[in-house]
Design a protein around this ligand. Structure first.
Ligand code: PMP
Ligand code: GLN
Length: 399
């Protein structure tokens, strides 16, 4: 029989699914895939439940229910000072995942170049390649993950159509600074390029670090498609409600991509997300403060066990260097050992690179968006396994 699509046939199952399946198989505490182990806010859940039973279960408008589009526009103004026409500049999608693909579909022709920043989220590269566009990769270097400005500038050229960027950034928990964003804005203007801004962790920043949407910078209003996710903002990752804010003409093209991909997104969940976006400031601050406390708990515990713990300024994740533990194996071997023997699951950071062979191989990403008891259980399992480790540890250098 003739072969399937070459690109998809050669794409592996996502690392998040692989590691979650391994966690289930071994009864491990899953600090791999990023999802909270508590439900989101009760009023949002109640709004969704009510919305299921009040007879509005047919196709909603293609670009989203008016009340959610209005709520997204209001949130843009309230949090980031971005003025948006809810009727023409918001597109509701089935998760940020769909939004990312829809934005790339809307912008890219075959042969267009797209600047991407490693470490990167796992859907970016395959979608760019699927569209026949050419990725131009720029790499952030641990442990500080600073923007390498000269390399970024060199990645832009006459064929650059867009940059796809993620701030706060998964997995390295970097929050782009105003200066870094201004540098990017300058490049976009110089090269007449767009930005697809994956900002799903927009509300999850810590220690006084504040998210800045590129779209809020001078001259960027017309060049950016800004993506949010109810999954992250309301701790309901299974809901898959995303929203794109973009200038009118671009929003119309994004809506056409959405029309081909899913057409609409469940109306009940949209209505509940509109309720969520209208919650008071204390909710959003509480979400970030609660996660910061969880980060501190896990980071301190991992550091006490001997991990090198990198700074996490936002997101759900902390990156750790496991070399101080005395392991010489790579991150995939380490995460496998962790799951099978310590019964705690993490994600190998090399999965966030185009070419794992040249990626750093000694970092593991742990999700801290979990109940304290879950984090404590993971730490106590790690403590026991590290104390007992012997021949089964991957190429252990030290006892
Ligand atoms: N982008 C990033 C950086 C993410 O970490 C995630 C995590 N789920 C997504 C996009 C996808 O969001 P959603 O679940 O809304 O599709
Ligand atoms: N964003 C989540 C993470 O990075 C996973 C989402 C997924 O499983 N596709 O862990």
């Amino acid at each position: 029989m003739k072969p399937h699509n070459t690109l998809l046939a050669s794409t592996g199952t996502t690392i998040f699914t692989v590691m979650s399946a391994l966690a289930v198989q071994h009864g491990a505490v899953n600090l791999g895939q990023g999802f909270p182990d508590e439900d989101g806010p009760a009023d949002v859940l109640r709004a969704a439940a009510d919305a299921l039973l009040d007879g509005r279960n047919q196709y909603p408008p293609m670009t989203g229910l008016p009340e959610l589009r209005a709520a997204v526009a209001a949130a843009n103004r309230r949090f980031w000072g971005i003025e948006v026409d809810p009727a023409a500049e918001v597109v509701v999608t089935s998760g940020a995942t769909e939004a990312i693909t829809a934005c790339l579909m809307a912008l890219l022709d075959p042969g267009d170049e797209v600047v991407l920043i490693e470490p990167l989220y796992d859907t970016y590269l395959p979608v760019v390649r699927m569209l026949g566009a050419v990725p131009k990769l720029v790499r952030l270097e641990p442990p500080r993950w600073e923007l390498p400005r000269a390399e970024l500038a060199a990645a832009f050229g006459p064929r650059t159509k867009a940059i796809l960027m993620n701030t706060p950034q998964n997995p390295c928990s970097k929050v782009f600074t105003a200066a870094e964003l201004a540098f990017i804005a300058d490049l976009l203007q110089k090269h007449d390029a767009y930005a697809v801004c994956d900002e799903v962790y927009e509300h999850l920043t810590f220690d006084g670090w504040r998210h800045i949407p590129l779209m809020s910078l001078p001259g960027m209003r017309e060049r950016c498609a800004r993506i949010g996710s109810a999954g992250k903002t309301f701790s309901l990752t299974g809901w898959k409600v995303g929203y794109v804010t973009a200038p009118k003409a671009l929003a119309q093209t994004i809506a056409k991509a959405h029309q081909l991909l899913t057409f609409t997104t469940p109306p009940n969940l949209q209505r509940a997300v509109a309720v969520g976006l209208a919650k008071d400031d204390a909710y959003f601050q509480g979400l970030a403060d609660g996660l910061a406390a969880k980060r501190d708990r896990l980071a301190a515990g991992l550091a006490a066990l001997g991990f090198g713990v990198l700074e996490a300024k936002g997101t759900y994740f902390v990156t750790t260097d496991f070399r101080p533990l005395g392991f010489a194996g790579d991150d995939v071997a380490f995460c496998r050992w962790l799951t099978e023997t310590a019964k705690v699951t993490a994600i190998p950071v090399s999965a966030f690179y185009a070419d794992p062979a040249t990626a750093p191989r000694h970092y593991a990403r742990f999700a801290f968006c979990k109940q304290d008891a879950t984090l404590d259980e993971a730490l106590s399992r790690l403590r026991a396994a590290l104390a007992a480790r012997g021949a089964d540890a991957p190429r252990a250098l030290t006892a």
